[in-house]
Structure formats: structure tokens, C-alpha cells
Design a protein around this ligand. Structure first.
Ligand SMILES: *Cc1c(COP(=O)(O)O)cnc(C)c1O
Length: 401
């Protein structure tokens, strides 16, 4: 039996009582209550979960990326380097911050091509490492290159909650980490995002920019040790920054908070499902699943794989055959107007051809694989993918060279 691959998990029951309480009181704005608003509690809980000093919850991960660039004080037209394989909202956040996105090549293993990354670094004032679909690029090499040039690194960890690199949580390696609570991510509030950092000045600026008008930043002061450092940073920036109003509502925080306790289970099940399907489909001569890098432990809720030895027409036929058999597969570079294909980002002020990234996007397939699937359902998904490749290529192999 094939599962529904698009339904998220139900929101935990505990969220309902809290939402009902909020609806009864009408207390939906994060800055109405003097303290302990659900958004403030979410920030404290998320910072503790990630082992960082500060967290700022906002309206989306894209808003968190935009605020990160503004909080770093990047001037107009600053060049921001990022991988050429990401979601259109990521270069958009750079354009929104009046900066110029610079793209680098991505290899067929979906990870940043380090040679091209290094070649593009001159003149760059910030880097966004977008861990697309939760695939982690070589963070040791990236941090060494950026630290040597004093370039700040922002991690777009929207889809990487629960992923680790040498045991360190993704999103805590760069100066700032940004996560998403959009429905296809590990924590689902429909919409939402959060920015984490250990840098008091960065978070103070981001808090004010996000819409902490007047002295609402006081509600971001923890009772713990960091308060003096943070209070001084807030005082420095009072009245000096615009207010972009990208805040999170208490309702969203109420939906997210009870899910934090489920992160570990969702990561474990997602990894199990992914690795099970990957091992099965690897046996097809037409399919390859790129290996993770050794220091990385993944937290996947979707599956990416490359088709080998197929023409564009074969690849299209594969996607149709898989859908006819009940599993929806998107080929990043072949579906019309795909938001993850860099040639569709026609709003960019500068563009460049990325032949390696383009070649990867023309063969890379994407299918959802939610953590809630059972092992039997995962076997069924793998069987569909193998059979779809056989539908298209079986005759070629039988009668070919
Ligand atoms: C989902 C996603 C985003 C955008 O997140 P929003 O919260 O929808 O703005 C950015 N980057 C990556 C890698 C994503 O997966």
C-alpha cells in the first residue's frame, strides 16, 4: 500500500489547550504580555535545544535570512555568495536586503563545489551556506576559507534541523543559523522561522529590525547570565534601525512548542526511512543515491537520487511512470518553472551559467519521504521507483549494446 506522501504529522494534542487559551484571552501578539509569551518561551526552548545563547522567532526562514544580512550591517550592493542549488526564496532574501547574490557551482552530490566556491570568494562580504534538502556541504573547508578572509557565514538550515557535522548541530557552525517552520520542514507551524546566534550584537540588531519597537526588546532579556551583554547591545541600537515587522504570532509558537520534544524521534525515523529506500533503489542500474560526507549525520524527510544513463526524454518518462505507479517525483531541472532551478531566477541582478549545477539538476529527482512512513510503506515506495526505471529502460538493457 502506498502512503499519502504529502500529509504532515498531526499537531500534538497539547497545542490545542494552549491555542484555546490564547483564543479565549485574545492574547496573540508576542509583546502584549509582560513576560513568558509563547513566542518568548519558544525562543528560550529552541536556544536550549540547539545549545546557543540567543534565538529570535520570526515570520519565515526567508525573513530570518533577510534579518541576518541586515543585522550583519552589510552595505547596499554587498556581494553574498551562495550555492546555485537552493530554493528561490534564498537569493530573494539577499535581493530584499539590497545585496547581490553570487552563485557557486554545486556537484552531482548536491553539495557546494569547493573549487568554484573558493574561486568566487574574492570581493564577497557574506556567505549563505544553504543546506539544500538537508545535504551538508564540507563545513570544515567552508569555515576555514571564510574565517581566513573574515567573511561571516550564515547557515540556511531551513531543512537541516537535527542534522549534525562532527556531532555539532547544523545551524550552530556559522555566525548565524536560520530555520524554517513551514509545513514541509521538521517542525510544522504552516509558516514561521527562527534565527540563532551566540553574537549579542547580531541578535540585538535582528530583534529590533524584526519589529521590537520602543523598549519591547526588554522582553528578549533572559533571566540568565547573558542579560548584561545583551542589554548593552540593545541600548546601543535603540532608535538607530528600521522596524521591518517580521514577528511571529503567539499562535504559531503554540503550534511549534510541543513539537520540540518530537525532534529526536522524527530525525531517527526520517533517517531510517531514507536509508532503507536509498539502499533498495541503489540496486537499480539506472539510479544512484549520492553518499553523505563522512562527518555528517542526516535528518532527511525527503529523498534525492540521480538517474544514470538516461536521456532527457527517458528522465521525463521515468517521472511519469513513477507517478502512474503512485509516487510523485520531481526532476528539479525538467519541471516547468521549478523554483530550485537557477535559470528561473530571472529577478537576479547578475547571472552566470553553472554547467555542473545545471547537469545535476537535469538528472536529480526529488520525492517526499515523511518520517511517519512505516518500513513496509518505504519498501513500496522503493519498489515503485525501481519499477518505473525498469518501465523506461528495461527494453534498452534487454536489446541494447
Ligand atoms: C524551506 C526552505 C527555505 C524557505 O523557508 P521559509 O520559511 O518558507 O521562508 C529556505 N531554504 C531552504 C533550504 C528551505 O528548505
Amino acid at each position: 500500500m502506498l502512503p499519502n506522501m504529502h500529509h504532515a504529522e498531526p499537531i500534538p494534542e497539547d497545542a490545542r489547550a494552549e491555542i484555546d487559551r490564547l483564543l479565549q484571552t485574545g492574547d496573540l501578539f508576542r509583546y502584549t504580555a509582560p513576560e513568558d509569551a509563547p513566542v518568548a518561551l519558544l525562543e528560550a526552548e529552541f536556544a536550549a535545544e540547539m545549545g546557543v545563547k540567543y534565538a529570535l522567532a520570526v515570520s519565515s526562514c526567508s525573513a530570518a535570512l533577510f534579518l541576518s544580512l541586515k543585522a550583519l550591517g552589510l552595505p547596499r550592493d554587498a556581494r553574498v555568495l551562495m550555492p546555485g542549488f537552493t530554493f528561490a526564496a534564498v537569493p530573494s532574501s539577499v535581493v530584499h536586503a539590497d545585496c547581490i547574490p553570487v552563485l557557486c557551482e554545486v556537484g552531482e552530490n548536491y553539495r557546494i563545489d569547493l573549487k568554484d566556491f573558493e574561486a568566487q570568494l574574492d570581493g564577497v562580504q557574506a556567505v549563505i551556506v544553504s543546506h539544500m534538502r538537508g545535504h551538508t556541504s564540507d563545513m570544515d573547508a567552508i569555515m576555514a576559507l571564510c574565517n581566513a578572509r573574515d567573511i561571516p557565514v550564515i547557515e540556511d538550515a531551513a531543512h537541516s534541523l537535527g542534522t549534525t557535522w562532527h556531532g555539532q548541530k547544523i545551524g550552530t557552525i556559522g555566525r548565524i543559523g536560520c530555520f524554517s517552520f513551514q509545513s514541509y520542514k521538521l517542525l510544522n507551524a504552516g509558516e514561521g522561522g527562527i534565527l540563532i546566534t551566540d553574537d549579542a550584537d547580531v541578535v540585538a540588531r535582528a530583534v529590533i529590525l524584526s519589529g521590537a519597537y520602543e523598549h519591547n526588546w526588554r522582553k528578549h532579556l533572559a533571566r540568565g547570565d547573558n542579560s548584561a551583554e545583551l542589554e548593552q547591545a540593545f541600548a546601543r541600537w535603540q532608535n538607530k534601525l528600521p522596524l521591518y515587522n517580521l514577528r511571529m504570532s503567539n499562535l504559531s509558537a503554540a503550534v511549534i512548542r510541543p513539537q520540540i520534544a518530537q525532534i529526536a524521534r522524527r530525525v531517527r525515523d526520517g533517517r531510517r526511512n531514507h536509508d532503507q529506500v536509498a539502499a533498495l533503489i541503489e540496486q537499480s542500474p539506472w539510479i544512484s543515491v549520492p553518499a553523505k560526507l563522512p562527518p555528517e549525520e542526516r535528518a532527511p524527510d525527503s529523498l534525492q537520487f540521480n538517474l544514470c544513463g538516461m536521456s532527457d526524454a527517458d528522465v521525463r518518462a521515468f517521472a511519469e511512470a513513477a507517478e502512474a505507479r503512485g509516487v510523485k517525483v520531481q526532476v528539479f531541472g525538467l519541471s516547468t518553472d521549478n523554483a530550485r532551478a537557477f535559470w528561473n531566477w530571472q529577478f537576479l541582478p547578475e547571472s552566470r551559467e553553472l554547467p555542473r549545477t545545471r547537469a545535476m539538476l537535469m538528472r536529480a529527482c526529488d520525492t517526499r519521504l515523511p518520517a511517519r512512513l512505516t518500513e513496509a510503506e518505504c519498501d513500496a515506495v522503493a519498489a515503485v521507483l525501481i519499477a518505473a526505471a525498469e518501465d523506461v529502460m528495461g527494453e534498452t538493457r534487454a536489446y541494447g549494446t
